[in-house]
Design a protein. Structure first.
Length: 433
């Protein structure tokens, strides 16, 4: 399965760069596509039952292509009849093995574990890859599935899981892990009895997956809360469905950050205020005028940003994916702000790139102290992961001269035509091959 986002003049996204210049206020409308952090999980969940699923509002990103390749290797047929539609046909002829060469490219590959184990009784899975910003172990996934009757064996770089039929269990997480919540929930759908997940993750993407499963015939209550109750159903009770993917709140935040450092006003079509409540409040504290409009948000940036202190926390707190954008905004804000990372302490690699642009940022452990400067200065920088790459683009909009970003294959993993969408609202930005 291929997407346009993967192509380049020499066949390698590594050869591409994005060049950005500050050109003043942005104005117009940006449409936010479906959420990367939802659609990949929806795709994996089609392993639960036979038939053809239709997903709409699918972003044209590389991670969708990689997940598609993984599912095809397992036995799902995939078609892309339109730029934002996927048809996934599960014939039931599945090979429950997730090979290393695909798994190591994408963290969300772990999401095939729950559906395959509960459906097939056996999974052989290479340990997942994805962005490089610190260890993200899967022990919570394993412990939860063991409580439901699974056994695990690790050898030669592969994790193998076995279960004749999973049974319900009451599981309490020490931390509201998104991935573990998703895997246990999809496994519990076909388990024998009742599964209760306490301290479950509450992200909008979790609710999107719950609604997808319920439409399929699953019995889930407590959607949107920290306690999910799943009554297992028989395999014949599930059916394929059509589903519209929830919009991507991280992409929406990226366009908020872009207008914040550039000035101007944007309508962000598809952005859901109720999914970004805490972030929008803090952006308001920084001086942005943000209001809900029919179908999205309107943001007006008419003055220099004000510095604030901010900390990342599980939803409904400030997501760690927002943090590179927030630090970039603080880099050109008036005053000094302190950013505390409570989820992934290693996720400050992009700070060195911002410093190359003249940002005054100092990090120590879980904290970054950001002293705002009036303008950044354009320079070559590198994207280390998806969100850091987007932050480099935003920083380029706030820098005198040209900023050239390499490593744009990271950006392609999570952003659907970031360059084109920004250019359409007045940014001087281009992709170079």
């Amino acid at each position: 399965m291929n997407t346009n986002a993967e192509t380049s003049a020499d066949g390698s996204a590594d050869a591409q760069t994005i060049a950005v210049r500050s050109t003043g206020p942005l104005e117009g409308t940006v449409v936010v596509p479906g959420a990367k952090n939802s659609v990949l999980k929806l795709m994996a969940t089609t392993l639960l039952t036979d038939g053809t699923f239709e997903l709409t509002n699918v972003p044209n990103i590389v991670d969708v292509s990689i997940m598609g390749d993984l599912l095809e290797a397992i036995g799902v047929d995939i078609e892309r009849p339109g730029p934002d539609r996927l048809l996934l046909t599960n014939t039931g002829d599945l090979t429950p093995v997730a090979p290393y060469e695909l798994v190591e490219r994408i963290r969300a590959s772990i999401n095939v574990l729950g559906p395959l184990l509960t459906r097939c009784g056996h999974v052989r899975l290479s340990l997942p890859g994805g962005d490089d910003f610190g260890a993200r172990p899967i022990d919570m996934h394993i412990a939860g599935l063991e409580a439901m009757g699974a056994t695990f064996k690790f050898s030669h770089g592969y994790l193998e899981a076995f279960a004749d039929r999973l049974h319900g269990a009451e599981i309490t997480f020490d931390f509201p892990s998104v991935g573990a919540t998703e895997n246990l929930m999809t496994a519990a759908v076909l388990a024998d009895g009742t599964t209760i997940i306490n301290n479950a993750a509450r992200e909008p993407e979790i609710s999107d997956l719950c609604e997808f499963l319920v439409a399929m015939g699953a019995d889930i209550s407590g959607i949107g809360t920290s306690t999910l109750v799943i009554e297992g159903v028989e395999p014949w009770a599930l059916r394929p469905v059509q589903h519209h993917t929830v919009p991507d709140r991280i992409q929406a935040a990226t366009y908020l950050a872009a207008v914040a450092v550039s000035g101007g006003q944007l309508e962000i079509e598809g952005a859901r205020a109720e999914h970004m409540t805490m972030l929008l409040e803090r952006f308001g504290d920084m001086g942005l005028d943000i209001s809900a409009v029919d179908g999205g948000l309107r943001v007006v940036a008419s003055e220099r940003l004000r510095s604030i202190d901010i900390a990342t926390l599980p939803y409904p707190g400030i997501a760690t994916d927002y943090k590179p954008l927030v630090i970039t905004m603080l880099a050109v804000a008036d005053g000094v702000g302190i950013v505390t990372e409570n989820l992934y302490p290693g996720r400050f690699r992009y700070v060195e790139e911002l410093q190359r642009l003249g940002a005054d940022v100092r990090t120590s452990g879980h904290h970054a102290v950001v002293r705002g400067v009036p303008r950044l200065s354009g320079a070559p920088v590198k994207a280390h992961d998806i969100r850091a790459g987007a932050a480099m683009v935003v920083a380029g909009l706030a820098a005198e001269g040209e900023t050239v970003i390499s490593g744009v294959h990271h950006i392609d993993r999570g952003y659907d035509d970031l360059v084109g969408r920004l250019a359409a609202v007045g940014a001087t930005i281009e992709r170079r091959f």
